[in-house]
Design a binder for this molecule. Structure first.
Ligand SMILES: [Mg+2]
Length: 183
């Protein structure tokens, strides 16, 4: 697979179709972040599945992408779509359309990673996600039990909520400043 990060132009369409020879898992987000049209055009011309990342900012965007046949998969990032409500709506649309999803991520602490792992445990998430172990990015993660990968898999915590506890001692050690927000 490769990620275009929205850097290709419509004139690159022919070049992108030639990547079919590489038998890729997907081409992710080749065109600009607000585009549905050219992704649809490319999807019609390639065998390689098209995955959308930055274009999908909400459940409604996912609905449009599915209905307009602008992609074969969606990369769901909780932060990008605005949280669980939208992510779950994307999941519902994808389920109806039988569209595979995958969970994007990278530099999260254990807290963000726990959210991603929970999301990626939903049934429509059938493609491998960006769910590395804590040690790939962190010398010390701020959760009690850092995530590990075994045989390419991450275990889903079974405790309530996000299933992980914050390592308060380590968090305090790393704290630069504090503020209190009152509602
Ligand atoms: Mg991407």
């Amino acid at each position: 697979m490769f990620d275009g990060n929205g850097q290709y132009e419509p004139e690159d369409m022919l070049y992108l179709t030639q990547l079919d020879d590489l038998n890729l898992l997907m081409i992710e987000q080749p065109f600009r972040t607000d585009d549905f049209y050219y992704h649809h055009q490319l999807k019609k011309q390639t065998i390689t599945p098209i995955s959308l990342d930055e274009t999908i900012k909400s459940g409604h965007d996912a609905f449009q992408a599915i209905e307009l046949e602008a992609c074969d998969h969606i990369n769901v990032k909780l932060g990008r779509v605005g949280g669980y409500q939208e992510a779950l709506q994307i999941h519902r649309f994808a389920k109806v359309a039988n569209m595979p999803l995958w969970c994007g991520g990278m530099l999260e602490t254990g807290i963000g990673r726990a959210h991603n792992v929970a999301l990626a445990s939903l049934e429509q998430f059938t493609l491998p996600g960006d769910l590395s172990e804590s040690s790939r990015y962190w010398e010390e993660d701020i959760i009690e039990k850092p995530f590990t990968v075994k045989d390419g898999k991450v275990s889903v915590p079974s405790k309530p909520g996000i299933g992980v506890a914050v390592n308060e001692k380590l968090l305090n050690k790393r704290t630069i400043r504090e503020f209190t927000h009152t509602f």
